[in-house]
Design a protein around this ligand. Structure first.
Ligand code: NDP
Length: 286
């Protein structure tokens, strides 16, 4: 069997098209342009690329975008003051602080992210949004797992009653993915570095989500024939070579559907950020 390739660009295009239409509808109904502010501290080259891509995506969809670049030596107090100003700005409906923060601010990361108004928290990292997700209330949900769920929906991969196995339990991917799959009526198993007999568990998965951060960690013998394999991992193994957490070449011979890296889940993350900005605007305007 050769798996169906789930190309991120096709699903991302659909999500962005929906977001563009919603942005137009908000302008018509409320006379307001949804706005996203991205705050970047320091000059990490990878972060600068991500921020530029976010800005471009906003422009293409008719979302107002502000990029606030702060110097590497910005104090915690100055960053908190910047967030306060964005929290009260009427032009801004979504706020994202680009991670990682410089080392000097790293220990204050939770305090900094918690300062964002939960209604503007388009990364979905604020404890209020985490609690809302867990309790099934309307929430802003982290973009990467939200994008994976939207892709499964658009690809018509059944989640109801499926056994979903997630490798990884981070707050950014694994845990929100667990809650989102539960909401879709999947039976969910979450594995991590202490899990025993991992391959035995993953071989029972109808949907296998790899969010480990280890190159080609998931091998063909760990996959049930016909399973949908979602590879969240992004691992740089050479200056110009990115690979996922799944051994794509071998696993595509076993799986029923698989996301490539690059060109898979990564493209959905920005699309969902656009969608979250629209959702945040609607929550604030309604
Ligand atoms: P973390 O490092 O926070 O979490 C990794 C998880 O993998 C942990 O829960 C860890 O277990 C588990 N793990 C590590 N080793 C093993 C092992 N041998 N067996 C089983 N489980 C193991 O990573 P993130 O969740 O932040 O990211 C995961 C990957 O996804 C990375 O490659 C990252 O770059 C990528 N990513 C991609 C995004 C995108 O847009 N496509 C967005 C976010 C992340 P334990 O908890 O026990 O330590």
């Amino acid at each position: 069997m050769t798996a169906r390739i789930l190309a991120g660009k096709d699903f991302a295009a659909q999500i962005k098209e929906e977001a563009k239409k919603q942005a137009e509808a908000i302008k018509e109904q409320y006379g307001v342009t949804p706005g996203l502010a991205v705050v970047i501290v320091g000059s990490d080259p990878a972060s600068q690329v991500y921020v530029r891509n976010k800005h471009k995506a906003c422009e293409a969809l008719g979302i107002y975008s502000e990029v606030i670049v702060l110097p590497e030596d910005t104090t915690k107090e100055a960053l908190l003051a910047q967030i306060d100003a964005l929290n009260s700005s009427r032009k801004i409906h979504g706020i994202l602080v680009q991670l990682p923060l410089p080392a000097a601010l790293g220990s204050a990361e939770a305090e900094i992210l918690d300062r964002i108004d939960p209604k503007k928290d388009v990364d979905g990292f604020h404890p209020v949004n985490v609690g809302r997700l867990v309790t099934g209330q309307p929430a802003l949900v982290p973009c990467t797992p939200a994008g994976c769920i939207r892709m499964l929906e658009l690809a018509a991969i059944p989640m109801d009653g499926a056994h979903a196995v997630i490798i990884g339990r981070s707050n950014i991917v694994g845990k929100p993915m667990m809650n989102l799959l539960l909401q879709k009526n999947a039976t969910v198993t979450v594995c991590h570095s202490h899990t025993k007999n991992l391959a035995e568990i993953t071989r029972t998965a109808d949907i296998l989500v790899a969010a480990v951060g280890r190159p080609r960690f998931v091998t063909a013998d760990m996959v049930k024939p016909g399973a949908a394999v979602i590879d969240v991992g992004i691992n740089r193994i050479a200056p110009k070579q990115l690979v996922g957490d799944v051994d794509f070449t071998a696993v595509q011979e076993v799986a029923g559907a698989i996301t490539p890296v690059p060109g898979g889940v990564g493209l959905l993350t920005i699309a969902m950020l656009m969608q979250n900005t629209i959702t945040a605007a609607l929550m604030q305007l309604a």
